[in-house]
Design a protein around this ligand. Structure first.
Ligand code: ACM
Length: 649
């Protein structure tokens, strides 16, 4: 077969991974002269990627050869399934083949550079070889290999007439951090076991290895606990509401409480196994003493407040007053009572079972945003303070956290909490998940606590990623470029104590799994690169390029994502003569913005944005759309002028 390669990008064999590395080639014989693109866009960016001459093409019969097929059965099954589904190729595993197509090799002696999750991937014109020390490394090598094939490989259906080519490369790759997490809040809205599995499937493509399940909050208790049946009979159910969560009208007593759900212990075992087969640990979180209304509604005797007998699981109505900041003023007492011994008995029962169900070494016990206003007035709390010599309410919470940690440790597990556990005095063995910025994580790591960084500033995926006009309303924004700046191990931290980094997806405003996906992608690409790739490999322009290529992959995988990078950022100001002015800035380069003030829908024959717009006095709507060349690429955004006016205040 005669091949003529036209190199479009900078160089043929280069250690630089920043060049986008698209080789276009014409092939006489099989491609009939058509242009075939073989992009080389791996996310997260590997430690080292050397592009070589040529391409590898999947043959009709794909033979996977392994040295240790029992140990690698997950990767073999995964790779076979992914190849067969989209390409229809016949995949077999033959240990003795003289012409294997893909070799998966576990090193006889550890390659220390690779550690437990690293891999080497060599794609040559006739063969692919993945080597690793451990099965997890092979699995990540497989993920990178799949990303070298055309985007259609992600399809859930057979795709015909594709040249299944991958660029020839030598990759050496291993993660920056051993804990690469995504938190999934299944409490605010319940997501089914099948959806959690889908979440796992989606995250492993980008080499995340930790799923933090937020299993309990004011809106629902999501795990069966034997001996505490009301947690799932009462605590798992609320009134179905749709609209803007937090502003819902309080439910009336006759409204059915049928919205929600929980995982049985069998479900949890199934999920844990499903995750393990994909090299994912599940971190369970039981959020106490705050965020506990579902518990209190089930067992009101665990509250300090007698009126708790009337409490119901929250259905999205207002229960907190945040007007004075954190901690919030609770309008109902959604806390467990630290002065009540029954609380510790309850938690012992819960933690005993959680510890058995989840093999992961940590249990996360929450600790965030516990409001103290009910405790401040409570006689039981006053007696506790006197008895234990506690001077302040934060010390009361610290007393609670230490007792909970004792329970967790008695079950053979390590205790983790949100960074509020640092207040009022923390036990030296507690691990901290830093969310109110990086500073608590830095402080905790420097005080020799194990720390996972998941700061709001860079890693809160519940925040809006585009203009509020297109998004369900959340009180803050996090655009892709900011998420990409996440550095979980800044220079000022004692790095040995930073065990991980993760992003958190709270689901107050997330009602469906499609919206879960929309909130995750592409920001979770940015997080994956922040927790996996060396910082010197990060490059925004190159990342955007790869992100766009992965949009195509998500399209074929039928995974929803946000196209917010194509939408302009709106900035408003008043000119010196008090005119309303609007600035429009695309988040990425190379886009043109067209606009109208006459209520009609702009296209590329409309005025092009070139600088701040003065809003005409009589206009009531600004409509904008972005194009790349002749192609519309952003969403049509209709921005009421009244909305812009509000933003100047
Ligand atoms: C949190 O976001 N309240 C941990």
């Amino acid at each position: 077969m005669k091949k003529l390669f036209l190199i479009i990008t900078c160089c043929f064999v280069t250690a630089s991974t920043f060049a986008q590395n698209i080789i276009s080639e014409t092939e006489s014989g099989d491609a009939e002269g058509s242009l075939v693109q073989t992009p080389c866009a791996i996310i997260p960016e590997p430690v080292s990627l050397m592009k070589k001459t040529g391409t590898f093409t999947l043959p009709e019969n794909v033979i996977i050869q392994t040295t240790k097929s029992a140990e690698l059965k997950q990767s073999i099954a995964y790779l076979s399934d992914r190849i067969t589904t989209a390409t229809g190729k016949f995949v077999s595993t033959l240990a003795s083949s003289t012409h294997p197509t893909i070799k998966l090799i576990l090193n006889a002696q550890d390659d220390t550079q690779l550690g437990a999750e690293g891999y080497k991937l060599n794609v040559n014109p006739t063969q692919v070889v993945i080597t690793a020390n451990k099965p997890a490394g092979i699995f990540y090598g497989v993920q990178s290999l799949l990303q070298l094939f055309p985007a259609e490989i992600e399809s859930k259906e057979l795709v015909k007439d594709i040249k299944w080519k991958a660029s020839c490369v030598d990759v050496v790759d291993y993660p920056k951090l051993g804990w690469r997490g995504l938190m999934f809040d299944v409490a605010r809205h319940f997501f089914t076991k099948q959806e959690v599995k889908q979440f796992i499937d989606d995250m492993v493509r980008y080499k995340f290895n930790l799923l933090h399940l937020h299993l309990a909050d004011d809106e629902g208790w999501r795990i069966e606990i034997k001996g505490l049946p009301k947690l799932t009979e009462i605590g798992a159910w609320s009134v179905k509401k749709t609209g803007t969560f937090g502003d819902f009208i309080p439910p009336t007593p006759d409204e059915p409480r049928t919205y929600g759900g929980f995982y049985t212990q069998e479900d949890i075992k199934e999920l844990v196994q499903y995750a393990q087969e994909r090299f994912v640990n599940i971190l369970p979180e039981i959020d106490v003493p705050g965020h506990s209304l579902a518990i209190i509604a089930s067992y009101p005797e665990l509250s300090c407040t007698p009126d708790a007998v009337n409490y119901k699981v929250r259905s999205g109505e207002k229960i907190m007053d945040w007007s004075r900041g954190a901690p919030p003023i609770a309008l109902v007492d959604n806390t467990l009572c630290p002065a009540n011994e029954k609380v510790y008995t309850f938690l012992d029962t819960v933690i005993t079972q959680v510890a058995k169900l989840f093999p992961f070494e940590y249990i996360h016990m929450g600790g965030d945003e516990a409001s103290h206003n009910f405790w401040e007035k409570n006689d039981q709390i006053k007696q506790l303070m006197q008895r234990e010599g506690l001077k302040t309410i934060p010390q009361v919470q610290a007393y609670f956290e230490k007792r909970v940690e004792q329970i967790v440790m008695a079950k053979g597990k390590k205790f983790m909490g949100w960074d509020e556990i640092l207040e009022g005095g923390v036990s030296p063995t507690a691990a901290v998940m830093s969310w109110r910025g990086m500073k608590y994580g830095i402080q905790a790591a420097n005080d020799k606590h194990n720390v996972v960084m998941s700061p709001t500033d860079f890693a809160y995926l519940d925040y809006m990623q585009a203009d509020a006009i297109t998004e369900p309303k959340v009180y803050a924004s996090l655009r892709l470029n900011k998420a990409y700046q996440f550095n979980p191990v800044p220079a000022s931290v004692n790095a040995q104590y930073v065990i991980g980094g993760q992003a958190n997806l709270w689901t107050e405003q997330v009602f469906t799994f499609r919206q879960v996906e929309y909130m995750l992608w592409p920001r979770a690409f940015a997080i994956s690169e922040s927790v996996w790739s060396p910082i010197e490999k990060k490059n925004w322009t190159n990342f955007v390029d790869r992100t766009e290529q992965h949009f195509k992959r998500l399209d074929f995988a039928e995974i929803k994502y946000s196209p917010a990078i194509y939408d302009p950022i709106f900035m408003v100001k008043r000119s010196a003569d008090k005119q309303l002015m609007v600035e429009l800035t695309p988040e990425i380069d190379g886009l043109d913005i067209y606009y109208s003030f006459d209520n009609s829908t702009p296209d590329r024959f409309y005025p092009k944005y070139t600088g701040a717009l003065q809003v005409p006095k009589d206009a009531n709507m600004l409509r904008v759309i972005t194009y790349r060349g002749k192609q519309p690429i952003g969403r049509l955004i209709s921005m009421p002028v009244a909305d812009l006016q509000k933003r100047t205040k």
